[in-house]
Write a protein that binds this ligand. Structure first.
Ligand code: XLS
Ligand code: NI
Ligand code: NI
Length: 437
């Protein structure tokens, strides 16, 4: 097949002084930072949905994207052609991974059987292209939110038949992900929530969601899929409330239903914003539970209240992300997955390159800065010192469970007043971070 991007060669690393918009200034795949290459640390992934299916429409306007390779039909030929283009893009960008929903890659047929057949036909091409290029699947997932059958939810639908359809669809999506050697599989509860409590049996819906995930775990074992399962928190949009609203809610749900050992979290920046949290908060909450799995790297717009899914370019943000990720031991099965889309006004194919290059460079810089902050050690040392009263004596006794209200009362009656507090030094620490940026 002729090249779709004939004027673009493999994006080179040219270093920070380069003025070439089609070169990396910071992402140098083979450069070793803190014992691992940047490629291994960051495990970049391109999403099929925004980048190859996004058309630039919004609720007020028609599609704007110029995608000359795509005739916008639902034909299998078009779907197969798109795969070749997508892999040329992944290759030229030097992205080691991609991610997709079942319905992004292959058209839905008139029946489930026909839909599965379509998927198989396209998966064949995906497999060929993975083998040709060495690009791997970071995670697969199922689209359980576009079709009208999911209007009331998928696994949490009031309609048991829809639950059955969802199970069948996810069974197939897990099998296909396994076939393509996927490193993981994501559950994002697109419509698993409610628009009004007037018509909702919340407890029953949560029970159903848990039963569904247990079946998924069972099927995963049955087919021998070793990939990591993830749940992706998001508080709202499209529904008013989604059950997987933030990291803490997901963890509570997983714990309550005995699922915590089977799933980790796939955290998305813009979803954290919608939940009223910072991305770093979500990362720290997940890491504290040993459940930090993967990230959907994007960012919102401070002045718009929805999931705008912009490419991340803020070095402060990527530094915070990489600090939390490195402190948690780094990404293993997960990756930095650009669940991000170019703006409606950025309609040329070359904008897809600019967007991803910018996101990759922003994360590469974040990685370098975070590694330097860790190597310097002052930040970690400050935090360590701040808690030093817990390292010996009274604090140590409490932490090791060897104390009681009575013992502590006795201690305090004798001492009278706690030792004085020390400054939290927020501004000092903010200045310290800026030394590295
Ligand atoms: C939507 C979600 C979605 C998931 C995959 O807001 O981010 O894209 O990542 O279903
Ligand atoms: Ni996402
Ligand atoms: Ni999102």
């Amino acid at each position: 097949m002729a090249s779709t991007f004939p004027n673009i060669s493999r994006i080179p690393y040219e270093g920070p002084k380069s003025g070439n918009p089609l070169a990396f200034k910071h992402y140098n795949a083979q450069e070793v930072i803190d014992g691992r290459t940047m490629r291994e640390h960051l495990r970049f992934s391109v999403v099929y949905w925004h980048t190859f299916r996004g058309r630039g429409s919004d609720m007020f306007g028609a599609p704007t994207m110029h995608r000359p390779w795509d005739d916008q039909s639902d034909s299998l030929d078009n779907a197969r052609r798109r795969v070749r283009v997508a892999f040329e893009f992944f290759e030229k960008l030097g992205a080691p991974f991609y991610a997709f929903h079942d319905r992004d890659v292959a058209p839905e047929g008139a029946t489930l059987a026909q839909t599965n057949k379509n998927l198989d036909a396209v998966v064949k091409v995906l497999k060929e292209e993975q083998q040709r290029t060495g690009v791997g699947l970071l995670w697969g997932t199922a689209c359980l939110f576009v079709h009208p059958r999911f209007a009331h939810g998928a696994a949490t639908s009031c309609n048991a038949d829809v639950f059955a359809y969802t199970a069948a669809q996810v069974k197939k999506a897990l099998e296909v992900t396994h076939q393509l050697g996927g490193a993981g599989y994501v559950f994002w509860g697109g419509r698993e929530g409610y628009s009004t409590l007037l018509n909702t049996n919340l407890k029953r819906e949560l029970d159903h969601l848990a039963a569904f995930l247990h079946m998924a775990v069972e099927h995963k074992k049955k087919i021998g899929f070793q990939g990591q399962l993830y749940i992706e928190p998001k508080p709202k949009e499209p529904t008013k409330h989604q059950y997987d609203s933030d990291a803490a809610a997901c963890l509570n749900f997983l714990r309550e239903y005995d699922l915590l050992e089977h799933l980790k979290l796939n955290l998305e920046t813009n979803h954290a914003t919608l939940a009223g949290h910072s991305m770093q908060h979500e990362l720290e909450v997940a890491a504290a539970a040993g459940a930090l799995g993967s990230i959907d790297a994007n960012t919102g717009d401070l002045l718009l209240g929805w999931d705008t899914d912009q490419f991340p370019t803020d070095i402060y943000l990527t530094t915070q992300c990489m600090l939390s990720i490195l402190n948690a031991g780094g990404l293993t099965t997960g990756g930095v997955n650009f669940d991000a889309k170019v703006r409606r006004e950025s309609f040329e194919p070359i904008d897809l390159f600019y967007a991803h290059i910018g996101g990759m460079d922003a994360f590469a810089r974040g990685l370098k800065i975070a590694a330097a902050i860790r190597k310097d050690g002052r930040l970690a040392e400050f935090v360590r010192q701040r808690y030093r009263s817990w390292d010996s004596g009274l604090g140590q006794q409490i932490e090791s469970g060897q104390s009681s209200f009575e013992a502590l009362e006795k201690y305090m009656l004798k001492k009278g007043e706690p030792s004085p507090n020390e400054s939290g030094r927020q501004e000092f620490l903010e200045n310290l971070i800026n030394e590295f940026i």
